[in-house]
Design a protein. Structure first.
Length: 249
């Protein structure tokens, strides 16, 4: 199959590209660095010519409501419109576990809008919602710092290795469209402090943790199960401790 991976040079996309190539597929890593810009539209139509599947893992770290909404809706419409012209038979998009239960101006609402565009496009689709990546825990720590203390929520996390998310995307992309949602999470569910504390310790960061039930997630109010799967989910094989061991070796 010819598969276009939008965002194909990033953390997840590069892993998806490599795995699909090893399986023998004709893979196009589509990103500004490869001449494909889903915001301006530059190179998109050419990249999608003859494509059977589009895997959208594009991302932008912006938390202001209007710019991030514009990014995801513009990029998604560009890919969907070009895909329709090219005869794409399956549109796969990476999203976030909990985005259907949380509404907050900014990143989460922008991802929810992206999901709606895909689901209502008329193109066969699969939405893959993942929990937070192990690789992003350090950035999460930074967002929870208050003076010399880290203040995480008391809610639960079930983070997952980026490689396991990529593996799920590869499986979905090479299977029939579900016209629905697949959720992906790590093998361990525990409070934020369990993972945040380990991430800090691995860096030699001795700042204390003060979990707070009122603390939000990047400004989003959450409860205990806001960010974890509530039903059936695909569970990654990599434990947090095993992943951590590979980072320190």
């Amino acid at each position: 199959m010819r598969i276009v991976v939008a965002g194909g040079t990033g953390l997840i996309g590069s892993k998806v590209v490599e795995s699909l190539q090893l399986l023998g597929h004709d893979v196009v890593p589509a990103a500004p660095g490869t001449g494909v810009d889903t915001i301006s539209g530059r190179g998109v139509a050419d990249a999608l010519k003859g494509a059977d599947v589009v895997v959208d893992v594009t991302n932008k770290v912006i938390f202001e409501p209007e710019p991030i909404l514009d990014f995801f809706t513009t990029s998604t419409r560009t890919l969907l419109n070009a895909g329709r012209e090219a005869g794409v038979r399956h549109h796969v998009v990476l999203s976030i576990v909990g985005v259907d239960r949380l509404s907050h101006p900014g990143y989460l609402d922008a991802k929810a809008a992206q999901e709606r565009l895909v689901a209502e496009s008329g193109t066969p689709f699969t939405i893959v919602r993942a929990t937070q990546f192990f690789e992003n825990l350090t950035a999460m720590c930074a967002g929870m710092a208050q003076d010399d203390v880290i203040v995480p929520p008391t809610a639960d996390l079930q983070p997952v290795a980026a490689a396991d998310v990529a593996a799920a995307l590869v499986d979905v992309a090479t299977s029939a469209p579900l016209d629905g949602v697949v959720e992906v999470a790590g093998p361990e569910r525990a409070a934020f402090a369990r993972f945040i504390g380990s991430a800090l310790a691995a860096r030699g960061d001795e700042r204390p943790l003060k979990p707070d039930a009122g603390a939000g997630y990047f400004g989003v109010p959450i409860v205990r199960d806001s960010l974890v799967p509530l039903g059936v989910a695909r569970i990654g094989r990599t434990t947090f401790d095993d992943w951590s061991a590979t980072q320190s070796s």
